[in-house]
Design a protein around this ligand. Structure first.
Ligand code: AMP
Ligand code: ZN
Length: 471
């Protein structure tokens, strides 16, 4: 049986769905104002592995919602800077996210709501009004705030010391006036130049926290939902506030299990724009690495440990993945014949170890160790000529089953099978880059270079012009 670490209780607990065989799961999705970075994708890949574990190891059905935060301070500022309407601005980033998610082999969740869809804005407004009816709110200058002193359980998830929370500096600070610095905004009153809606709250826009509570409750049914997930930075205030809103409105617990993924670091430093160490998938590809290797790296450590991204680590991930793929290729060459008991035993042991590892709080590091034990045993048996085509089928099926959860081998095979780009298209893109350089638009030129690198084409600028070659 699966055991999952629950941030709410700070313990590993046996896990089963509350209703029937279906897991109702919500994961906070990206804020769509820029390309998501590989740190964001660590969380999304780990949540994807959890989803696949629930389906393929535990045999559950999964109903998962992952939202797009398409209205907040950053998206509004981005749209203003770009001079386009908010919805058009976030459309582009949603598309970019979908492409990256597909390239990393993320399964598409059953629900991918946008906060600004009418049905969701309506649900947010209704939730705010329910909180108002239940006496958890106050209004100030057109905005509506959650008064946390009305909810004694506030702070349970983050284990906040209620007295210690008096210091407003650490709490959700924004420019709006609040009675108490710990209070947070539910609905932001209308401001010039900002989008505004009114479904009964008065004109304005939703606060970030209410978006997730409302979409989770609308799309996943009666609370409590089974699992709520996100990165560790969301525990406070975001998830604490989501709980306050949902429980304050419904009077029922919001989520049974809270799963939090630790951060990705880069060369031992926290990934941040100011340090210039924020990498996107395109940056990783530009260094000649494939998405399958990145996915491998992101899931290679247990999700509750910090993971340090290095280029050496990427090389090792490439190498590890190659070992699995090479072993599969060797299996295609073995002669026909009867099964060999030691090979069958190695497969059975690997299956057992793989399952136990994932049932132990989704321990992907141990699950991969089980895969590599099998690869090592099979390689040794091939060297000793004690593997037949019958055995090969059994090993291949096991690795296919493992890959239903890991999703790296299939991704690599799909990358290998992709046809190269037509030469005319490369030439056309190189010309477009040349034109960008001539008008001194180096940002565009760089972007084109990166995009080509991502598709396996490297450019070399010489005095006589630009040459391209296959990676
Ligand atoms: P955002 O787009 O900022 O709302 O973040 C999307 C998701 O990425 C959230 O679940 C964050 O907790 C997560 N996240 C942000 N930075 C990192 C990081 N360095 N490592 C892992 N997850 C992260
Ligand atoms: Zn959220």
């Amino acid at each position: 049986m699966l055991r999952l670490y629950n941030t709410l209780t700070r313990r590993e607990e046996p896990f089963a769905p509350a209703q029937g065989n279906t897991i109702r799961m919500y994961a906070c999705g990206p804020t769509v104002y820029a390309r998501a970075h590989i740190g964001n994708f660590r969380t999304f890949v780990c949540v994807d592995v959890l989803r696949r574990t629930l389906k393929h190891v535990c045999g559950h059905e999964v109903r998962q919602a992952v939202n797009y935060t398409d209205v907040d301070d950053k998206t509004i500022a981005g749209a203003q800077q770009a001079g386009v309407p908010l919805r058009a601005f976030t459309d582009g980033w949603i598309q970019a996210f979908r492409e990256d998610a597909a390239a990393l082999g993320l399964e598409t969740p059953e629900e991918t709501p946008r906060a600004t869809d009418d049905a969701n804005l309506r649900a947010m407004s209704d939730l705010v009004l329910a909180l108002e009816r239940n006496g958890h709110t106050y209004r100030r200058d057109g905005s509506i705030y959650f008064r946390i002193s009305t909810l004694p359980a506030y702070g349970t998830l983050a284990r906040l010391d209620r007295e210690g929370m008096q210091d407003g500096a650490r709490v959700d600070v924004d420019e709006y006036t609040k009675d108490d610095p710990r209070d947070f905004v539910l609905w932001k009153g209308e401001r010039p130049g900002e989008p505004s809606w009114d479904f009964g709250t008065g004109p304005g826009r939703p606060g970030w926290h209410i978006e997730c509570s409302a979409m989770a409750l609308r799309l996943l049914g009666e609370p409590p939902i089974d699992i709520h997930a996100g990165g560790v930075d969301l525990i406070f205030p975001h998830h604490e506030n989501e709980i306050a809103q949902s429980e304050g409105a419904t009077g029922k617990p919001f989520a049974r299990v809270w799963v939090h993924v630790e951060h990705l670091f880069v060369e031992h430093e926290k990934m941040s724009k100011s340090l210039g160490n924020v990498y996107t998938l395109a940056d990783v590809a530009a260094r000649g690495h494939r998405r399958s290797a990145l996915r491998y790296l992101l899931l290679s450590a247990h999700y509750r440990t910090q993971l340090n991204f290095t280029w050496t680590g990427m090389d090792q991930a490439e190498e590890a993945l190659r070992r699995i793929v090479d072993c599969l290729a060797r299996l295609d060459e073995v002669p026909p014949g009867d099964a060999h008991v030691p090979v069958l035993e190695a497969v059975a042991a690997a299956r057992q170890a793989f399952q136990s590892a994932l049932e132990d709080d989704v321990n992907t590091a141990a699950a991969l160790a089980a895969v590599f034990d099998l690869v090592r045993d099979v390689n040794a048996a091939i060297d000793a000529r004690t593997v037949s085509a019958t055995d090969a089928g059994v090993v291949r099926r096991a690795i296919e089953d493992f890959d239903r959860v890991l999703g790296v081998v299939g991704l690599r095979q799909a990358e290998d099978a992709r046809p190269p780009m037509p030469v005319e298209e490369i030439e056309r893109i190189v010309q477009a880059r040349q034109a960008a350089r001539q008008r001194r638009d180096f940002a565009a030129a760089d972007r084109i270079r990166r995009e080509l690198a991502e598709r396996g084409i490297l450019l070399e600028d010489n005095p006589g012009g630009t040459r391209w070659k296959k990676k």
